[in-house]
Design a protein around this ligand. Sequence first.
Ligand code: GLN
Length: 549
Amino acid sequence: MAKFIFVTGGVTSSLGKGIIAASLAKLLQARGLRVTIQKFDPYINVDPGTLNPYEHGECYVTEDGAETDLDLGHYERFLNIFTSQANNVTTGRIYQTVINKEREGAFLGKTVQVVPHITDEIKRRMLALGQGDKYDIILTELGGTVGDIESLPYIEAVRQLQWELPEEDLLVVHLTLIPYLRAAKELKTKPTQHSVKQLSESGVFPDVIVCRAEEPLNDEIKRKIAQFCNVKQEAVIEAQDASTIYEVPVLMMNEKLDLIVLKKLAITGYGEPDLSKWKEFLDKLKYPKARITIGLIGKYVELQDAYKSILESFVHAGAMNECKVQVVSIHSEFITPENVVEKLENLDGLLVAPGFGYRGIEGKITAVKYARESGLPFFGICLGMQMAVIEYGRNVLNISNAQSTEMDPKTSEPVIDMMEEQKKITTKGGTMRLGSYPCEIKEGTLAYNIYGSAEVKERHRHRYEFNNKYLQQYEEGGMSASGRNPETGLVEIMEIGSHPFFIGCQYHPELKSTVESPHPLFVHFVGAAKKYYEQKHTVKNPLLQSEMI
Ligand code: GLN
């Protein structure tokens, strides 16, 4: 029988509940326990797939094609496991299930209510991953902040479970903020007391309180929090701001968070956490030997969370290359043929990001042209690959009207076209080509050199695809398909063999990069950018030296 940990948040949003949950999970996993994490989100969208990145950050896609919250990306990156549709549940999905059942007549004439029908469905899903002896621990992060109207049914479900399950099978961690008042030079515990009080009034009593704070909590403050929030002093955990999210598991280990959890859950017989690989990664991350600059061209650049997985993949790949990767975001709408050199000349690599719709695509195409012509390492992801195909068509193959039917449905040269199976789909949510598909890689190509394998599996999220009617023309003209789907022949990777490093993929490699297994495409792209940087500087050096002589 699995045990259940719930992580709630109080005082304010954005305290990093996902990172704390993932860090605790990591520590338990590092002790040999089988752990998974799930997230319950209190909004009414059935999933975040239809949400604009400005609303909700990146939409993370799992192996089984679920469009999920970006915290699932953190879970996978920390734990090096796959999550699935079952790991992300929203209020919309809960209601959809209950309403569908009601229409089927499953409630036998009863009035369908929030309690017990909605809370029963929440509980069923909270416990679902615990079936079948796959995991020892299921961590559940509850989205939102305690006190929000929409969080109430989730808190009520936890209250019922706290009463239904044996005491040593359930634990609640509450994450709060201890603000530091600079004028008074004091840490303030009152907001935490209020938030725990609010949680307790709903019948849920936290076992552990994790306190985000800008200043260290002294014993006196910890004692006060323990006393007023009804927990043992050892269960008040300090979570100071860290220089990187990857340091948090180590900070939590130093605070003995995992030990307190094991004690309350009556889990014995597990040794010290083995974080050796993790610490090796942290060392490389903290003490880089080189530094490069990558330009990320996208249209949601104002919001860091919109390209979360890409940014984290660069952290993993940078550590692997012992190199600090500085990512500069460049808004595609503001790149023009006139300013492109000025905007991109100081970069060591160019990544054109995924995206949807017409806005900013001409800037992306201009940026690709610059990288192709100047020899700057180029990496295009999804829409980024599609832009590289259009650019090559227009500027090298003389297909002057080359376009994607996403941007111009009536284009005379649809080098990127809607996939056949997409043409009959009219609804939006969950209807793209989603999740993991195999990709066969041609030997002797850059892609093969990177992966070192003839077949890989990667995750997708798109409706448009390279139009195979143009394949021969492209391959004869120097841009070739080095990766294709073995069953359908869909093109998954395009590359230019004569360029030092120019590759675009239709899938999203950033969704599979983890701390312990950085994605090879990112690792090699950073490697190529490092080489580009070194070459740029060694070419200059002899000149400099001769000038000095
Ligand atoms: N808009 C493009 C498509 O649907 C690319 C999608 C993406 O970049 N994820 O094919």
